[in-house]
Ligand binder design. Structure first.
Ligand SMILES: Nc1ncnc2c1ncn2[C@@H]1O[C@H](COP(=O)(O)OP(=O)(O)OP(=O)(O)O)[C@@H](O)[C@H]1O
Ligand SMILES: [Mg+2]
Length: 354
């Protein structure tokens, strides 16, 4: 599998009143083309920060990439200025968020939003130089300063574009797309909104899709449908997917590989089968033992004692050591690095140091 993305030594901090929060600390990660990678770990371990770093959407005032690189097809995304990054976002790397309402425009019909995304894609590819307004024949209410308000009349989407919008909605299995394109986001269910978001992101034909907890707000049946859809799309369009989830069951259903994050670092990186059948890191073992399964429930679930460390403090030794049932003396003194334990399976733990 050829590499699409290679992250090396990525360190990201947030300035806060309590000091610098080290949200990512020396993260190394490779992602192959057409690979489905899950990023798992407890709340606050840096999963979203990793996704936002790749897409260039870290909050500019508080976040700082202090070191490292994000090599995407030979370009270091971490060094691009916001304008340059805009060229990559959407067309090369797209992101979908947990709550689609935050990303969809509430005042614009769903069909218009997807059509607009397709027109922008055409412009970027150079196949169509016309503006969105020219293509869509949209009428804006414009105030004296020239500021565009919401469309006064709905756009007239040209026939070929409308067919494409419907095609994308069919791909994400939206029933009756001809009718859905006329609706506003608030008129759709959460599952349908999430599919619209996926359709919009995919209509940009990105090589990499970063999805941050895309199914967390959905009921289990819809969650399963959306996840299956993402996997189908990966196979059909060859898109690499980086799926952020705190849910190990979700990761096991769809991903080829997973990384387990703990306090801003990668604790384990493995193909999905080995991660679940023979987890190496005591943290992964702990996560798995508190995962409900068909035969294990209630009193059989063992939570990991303690909580993640304060990320404003400099770490001495292994970050997981205070909670680790297998901690040794060395874990108090040295910070373990991610090492190859066997083919396709890495762990950052002194238990495996040879
Ligand atoms: N804008 C911000 N300002 C300050 N600190 C932040 C900001 N965003 C995240 N953090 C901190 O960075 C660390 C990592 O946060 P991040 O959101 O990446 O975690 P996460 O793994 O996505 O968690 P969750 O599962 O809850 O979404 C946390 O300690 C968090 O408090
Ligand atoms: Mg998050």
């Amino acid at each position: 599998m050829a590499n699409l993305l290679r992250i090396s030594g990525l360190t990201v901090g947030y300035r806060t009143s309590r000091g610098m929060v080290r949200a990512l600390d020396d993260v190394d990660l490779e992602l192959g083309s057409e690979e489905f990678l899950a990023v798992v770990g407890e709340s606050g371990c840096g999963k979203t920060t990793l996704g936002l770093s790749i897409i260039g959407l870290l909050p500019p005032r508080s976040a700082k990439v202090t070191s490292g690189s994000i090599d995407y097809k030979g370009v270091d995304l971490a060094k691009l200025d916001p304008n340059e990054m805009r060229r990559y976002r959407g067309s090369e790397v797209a992101m979908i968020f947990q709550e689609p309402l935050t990303s969809l425009n509430p005042l614009v019909r769903v069909g218009d939003q997807i059509a607009e995304a397709i027109v922008l894609r055409r412009q970027r590819k150079g196949s169509d130089q016309r503006t969105v307004g020219e293509v869509m024949q949209r009428l804006y209410r414009t105030d004296k300063s020239g500021f565009s308000r919401w469309p006064r009349l709905r756009s007239k989407i040209p026939r070929d574009l409308r067919d494409q919008v419907i095609e994308w909605l069919n791909l994400v299995r939206i029933p009756d797309p001809g009718q859905v394109i006329e609706r506003y986001p608030f008129e759709l269910s959460g599952g349908m909104r999430q599919r619209v978001m996926i359709a919009m992101a995919l209509s940009q034909e990105p090589a990499l899709l970063v999805a941050d907890e895309p199914t967390t707000a959905l009921d289990v049946t819809t969650q399963a449908q959306v996840l299956r859809l993402m996997k189908e799309i990966k196979d059909k369009l060859g898109t690499s997917i980086l799926l952020v989830t705190h849910d190990l069951a979700v990761a096991s259903q769809v991903a080829d590989r997973a990384i387990v994050m703990y306090a801003g670092r990668i604790a384990e990186d493995s193909n999905i089968y080995d991660l679940f059948s023979s987890p190496l890191h005591p943290y992964t073992q702990g996560l798995l033992s508190c995962m409900p399964t068909g035969t294990k429930e209630g009193s059989n679930l063992k939570p990991i004692p303690g909580s993640i460390p304060d990320l404003t403090l400099e770490a001495v030794g292994c970050r997981f050591q205070p909670r680790c049932p297998r901690a040794m003396d060395v874990c108090l003194q040295k910070d373990p690095t991610l090492m190859n334990v066997k083919e396709g399976h890495k762990a950052a733990c002194f238990l495996y140091e040879r």
